[in-house]
Each structure stands twice: as C-alpha cells, then as structure tokens.
Design a protein around this ligand. Sequence first.
Ligand SMILES: *[C@@H]1O[C@H](CO)[C@@H](O)[C@H](O)[C@H]1NC(C)=O
Ligand SMILES: *[C@@H]1O[C@H](CO)[C@@H](O)[C@H](O)[C@H]1NC(C)=O
Ligand SMILES: *[C@@H]1O[C@H](CO)[C@@H](O)[C@H](O)[C@H]1NC(C)=O
Length: 286
Amino acid sequence: MSVDIEVADIQKTDRKFIFSDHDENSKKEANSIATFFLTAISVLLVIVTLPFSLFYCIKVVQEYERAVIFRLGRLLKGGARGPGIFFVIPCIDSYTKVDLRTVTFDVPPQEVLSKDSVTTTVDAVVYYRISNATVAVTNVEDYGRSTRLLAATTLRNVLGTKNLSELLSERESISHMIQSSLDEATDPWGVKVERVEVKDVRLPQQLQRAMAAEAEASREARAKVIAAEGEQKASRALKEAADVISDAPAALQLRYLQTLATIAAEKNSTIVFPIPMELFKGHITS
Ligand SMILES: *[C@@H]1O[C@H](CO)[C@@H](O)[C@H](O)[C@H]1NC(C)=O
Ligand SMILES: *[C@@H]1O[C@H](CO)[C@@H](O)[C@H](O)[C@H]1NC(C)=O
Ligand SMILES: *[C@@H]1O[C@H](CO)[C@@H](O)[C@H](O)[C@H]1NC(C)=O
C-alpha cells in the first residue's frame, strides 16, 4: 500500500518536472518569436523613415569608451561595442556607456587600531580602471561607489594586522598588500585596481609627545655616558702625570714655579709667598 503511494508520488513529481521543463521551452519559444516580430517591425520602421532614422541608429563612442547594448533586456552577443561607430535599433535597444580611463579617488581618513593598540589616522589614494565593461555594467550597480567603500574597509583591515613600527616603516609593502587584496575583491565587477598609495599616517598628539620625550631621554643618557667616559680618560691621564712627577721630585718644584709665574702674570696685584713643598713632605706622606 505504502509502496504504491510512493511510486505515485514519484510519478507525480516527475510529471511536474517534465511539465515545467516543457513550459520553460515554450516560454523561450514565445519570447524568441516576440523578439523576432518586434525587431522586424523596428527595422521596417527604420527603413520606412530613412534617412531621418539614421540619427537614432548611429551612435558614436570615444576612443576610451565602450557601449554595452541590451536588446529587449538581453545582453547583445559580441561584447561591448566601440570605440567609434556602432548601430542600435530604436525602441528595442538600450545601451550604457562605460569610461575605461583610470579613475582616482581619495580614501577619507580612517581611524585604524593597530595590532599593538595604537589609534592612528590613515588616508590613501586609489587608482582603478574598468577592465571589462560588460561585467562592470551587469554585475554591480555602481562600481565606483562600491570600489570606494571596499577600499576604506580593506585599508582598515590590512592596517589592523600591523603594529605601529611596521606601519611607519613599511608603507611600500602595505600599499602593495592593500592593492592586491582590493584588486582580488573587485575582480567580479570588472574593475582593475592599478595602484594604492598610503598618503599619511597621523599619530595622536599624546603619543607624539611621548615619543619625543623618549627620544630626548635616550639622547641625554648617551650624552651622560660620553661625559663619564671623558672623565675616566682625564683621570687616567692625571694619574699618569702624577706618577711621572712623583718619580722626579724636582719636577714638582718646577711645576710649582710655573704656576706661580702664571698667577703673577694674571693677577699682578696679588703677592704670593712661595713656601718650599719639602716642609710638608713628612706630614703629607704620614
Ligand atoms: C568580459 O567578461 C565577459 C563575461 O565574463 C567575457 O565573456 C568577455 O570575454 C570579457 N571581455 C573581455 C574584453 O575580457
Ligand atoms: C611588530 O611586528 C613584527 C613582526 O610581526 C615584530 O618583528 C616586531 O618586533 C613588532 N614590533 C613591535 C614594536 O611590537
Ligand atoms: C698689572 O696687569 C695689568 C693688566 O692685567 C696691567 O695693566 C698693569 O700694568 C700691570 N701692573 C704691573 C705693575 O705690572
């Protein structure tokens, strides 16, 4: 009993499928017949109203443009027309012009949180062009706007995977990364992203101040080390001098006299009484 019902079900669905297939075929046939008649009538109309109808039939696109033609809603075979003259049949054809030149736009400044949690503001310039006019018309409503929005999000996504030092030092490779990622995403829209340039990476004021303070501190530390090294060298030289002087007691006497001569020249109003150093010798050493 149950088996019978199943078989009946299958037969019903089968029949339905066959019927729908048949339906589709007949629809297609009707469609093509209607197309043929409408085309014939339009062509007849064009011939009857010659030569004035030529104004409506002949269209021109520039060297850098292509025309994507739809005949009764269907994409015309043979791809986009142009550059130069192409023909349309009035009433049943409609067409869209597409500009193939490179377009430039600014990605507005984006607040980006880098991998090490620093907020930066980044902006960029993107250059793109249409690589396939047919696809740009049929697959996306507004390729310019879509590319713009995608560029902003891609910029944020790519920069979010970088830390601050990479962001500041590896602009070239980051630009390249954004370009390839964006190009891949816009491929189904017939858009080729030629170039992306990261224009400016702006750091918050506080961070700028902190970085400046850090740089200053490190410079100061270096200066201190250099001064200490100088001191060390000077003291070593002094010690050597003292060693030489202590080797020959007369040297000290000479140095003493030399100093006196200097003082006498500079401050001639001061009277200096030299006391022989030998008097203190016993006290100093003990
Ligand atoms: C554009 O894309 C369509 C559909 O993918 C393809 O048939 C056509 O050859 C392409 N045209 C060019 C110029 O690449
Ligand atoms: C940034 O990331 C790179 C590699 O991902 C790493 O080598 C570098 O040490 C990081 N720098 C900082 C400051 O975290
Ligand atoms: C003392 O020195 C001053 C300059 O420093 C000089 O004008 C003056 O003539 C000197 N006096 C004597 C007594 O040499």
